[in-house]
Design a protein around this ligand. Sequence first.
Ligand code: FEO
Length: 404
Amino acid sequence: MNISEVAKGIYRLSINVENILFEGLWEIPNGVSLNSYIVKGEKTAIIDGVCGWDETPEALFALLDQMDIKVEDIDYLVVNHTEPDHSGWIESFREISSDFEIICSKNAANFLSAFYNHTENVRIVNDGDILDLGNGKQLSFVEIPNLHWPDTMATFDNETGTLMSCDAFGSYGSVSERNYDDLLSEEEISFFLKEAVRYYSNIVAIFSQQVLKALDKCAQLPIKIVAPGHGIVWRKNPNRIIEHYRTLANYQKGPAKKEVTLLFGSMYGMTEAAVEYAKQLLDEKGVTYRAYRLPDTDIGTVLASAWESQGIIVATPTYEFKMFPPVAEAIDELGRKKVANRKAIMFGSYGWSKGAKKELDEMLERYKLNWDLLDFVEFNGSAKAEDLNKIQTAIETLINSLEE
Ligand code: FEO
């Protein structure tokens, strides 16, 4: 838990959570921070109060204690987004104080009613509405739907140029007291940019076209500081994370980095032996690639890599007339997130029946991924010399198709 001053009258309260699955689904090997912001004018507002993942408010209340702020002193709860990592504590808050107002979007009001049966003291705000806290603190609101739920808005402090952006511009990764880009080394910032890829691809990616619209909207604001609900605050170079998000959003339709993601599964090592051959070729050609064995690798990791890669290699045996199930599951997730317009090849072993390619074709069609499936090699049992030659040709074709 830590507290720090973001800018005049704005304080950040953070807790880290680890050893959970984000959204009950995504592995977060480096943890994630949950960030609340207190804004003080004559009145006091809390923006995106956080709770532990178990929705207990004790951590937040302890942070308020450290700031000598009583729950009863908080006048406004600005709910940028109702996902329970940001709102699960409100009911506990309501048990202590009744004299407060919730400020949120229309969609968020509906969700508060649905999730918590909470309908009282709710003020719905729209784009551009202003909440005057007194002492020169005026907060305005920017609706940025689908970043990450349809209710999401960002809160902008006009005095300091601070955009409290909720899930937008967030990343995984636990934080320390030095959770500001102006206090971190370049290596540490790179870590958070990488964690942002994982975070983005896991929970935001499917909404990439709405992200691009939100970015255009945010560009109208004189932003000096980006203060997200997860990850570090960007105070020295807010454009760095904003442009990082623009790049990531554009990857949905490609072109992505000149890199290859090799995802593979193998039952008895025959497909894996061909994968080792492929890796050797990629190494010899100097191609940047990441190889993931399934089901040993979590899907979130595969997704983050594929999101950034122009090239995809699918290596799978045929299993009961279809792809090896963990490989099919990974492809399904790429489909759900619309990882589109990639260059791809496929290879793998079959025993008594083929079928893996047919299933891949069906999935690409179902999700309308428009992959350019450049080549396909399947071999009966173990790969023989002629099969390896075909795999070599397929890989060279893939490499030649990648653009700078
Ligand atoms: Fe941080 Fe969409 O919740």
